[in-house]
Design a protein around this ligand. Structure first.
Ligand SMILES: [Zn+2]
Length: 76
């Protein structure tokens, strides 16, 4: 990659901390480079703003607050 192992480790650790913080604080994670695709359908709950996937598409409920007011993230 043209950078030292120590530099790579610092960049990786910084990214890991930012992503962990974003997940805990429910912030959006935006990709800076390249296209992003979802391996599964992701949904957002309009009641509690949780973002999640559903293993069973037959039951469209928020796993956090059980609200039925959810939307696909791909349609936003
Ligand atoms: Zn919810």
């Amino acid at each position: 990659m043209g950078i030292s192992r120590a530099t790579f480790a610092r960049i990786y650790e910084s990214a890991r901390r930012k992503i962990a913080k974003a997940l805990v604080e429910r912030k959006e994670i935006k990709a800076v480079y390249g296209d992003v695709y979802f391996d599964r359908d992701w949904f957002i709950c309009q009641s509690c703003m949780a973002k999640f996937t559903l293993p069973n598409r037959e039951i469209l409920l928020c796993p956090i607050c059980k609200s039925e007011n959810i939307n696909s993230l791909l349609k936003l």
